[in-house]
Ligand binder design. Sequence first.
Ligand code: NAD
Length: 297
Amino acid sequence: MKIGFLGLGNMGGPMALNLLKAGHQLSVFDLVAASVKHLVEAGASAVGSPAEMAKGDCEVIITMLPASQHVKAVYLGEDGLLAHVKAGVLLIDSSTIDPISAREVAGAAVKHGNPMLDAPVSGGTGGAAAGTLTFMIGGEQADFDRAQPILAAMGKNIVYCGGAGNGQVAKVANNMLLGISMIGAAEAMNLGVSLGMDAKVLAGIINTSSGRCWSTDTYNPFPGVIETAPASRGYTGGFGTDLMLKDLGLATEAAKQARQPVMLGAAAQQIYQTFSQQGNGGLDFSAIIKLYSKQEG
Ligand code: NAD
């Protein structure tokens, strides 16, 4: 199939490579020339702008951009995709953005005669490279059915979440809970250790008791408890604090629009904001446990 892929960053780059590996013909665009070159060397063809991609013969166009403003510019801008794309071309946005913006862009696409899905992912850069991402999809069921074989080249779990924007709803709700639960795990682990417990023994108790969650049993923030977790390698790699902060911002913004209280989500946002302001935005978000450490000297 002829597919356009726009946004070849940490996630989009490996996702596009997996589409090539699955035998699709790819037309690609990014503002960063080196990212485009990498895909061209792997067999893709480059176009010079979103408009050029839209005017081409792609049956499907996928975007993987940083945030809402980039998505709106690429789709709704004067020389953007919707100004030039033929009716019927399926549009799939995999960026993580707020559900309201996703619905606005999908509404404009449908008006133009283009089916559109919001398709944010979880699984990180490792999942993108391995082709094991989870896709959360909002849009029409028939369009989901059409997209599924394409997305299967990049992901393992492809879940239909309901109408337009619902993929983003699932993503922000999950990540808000993750942000909150990581702070809880950090607080509990530090309390136990400061009262004299061994961290591994405490984690073992929690993980066979009612406090267990992903933040304690897979991604424990205390160093040395889980060898494969970022906490055991200086909080490098993994999911950055600033990315978590972005997702909590999406959750609180969406909550405001829905007039729905998110008391712990908002508190978590402020806690990660404080941590980021202290210069830790690039560390894995589980490094939030450092806020609870006793300062030396
Ligand atoms: P990234 O910054 O590495 O990549 C974004 C790419 O978009 C860049 O290459 C940039 O040059 C390109 N871009 C920006 N504006 C553009 C435009 N107008 N036209 C063409 N290209 C443009 O970001 P990423 O880590 O790949 O994340 C992409 C999205 O996926 C984000 O919404 C992020 O929240 C989400 N996400 C990221 C992860 C992760 O672990 N990195 C996990 C899940 C979801």
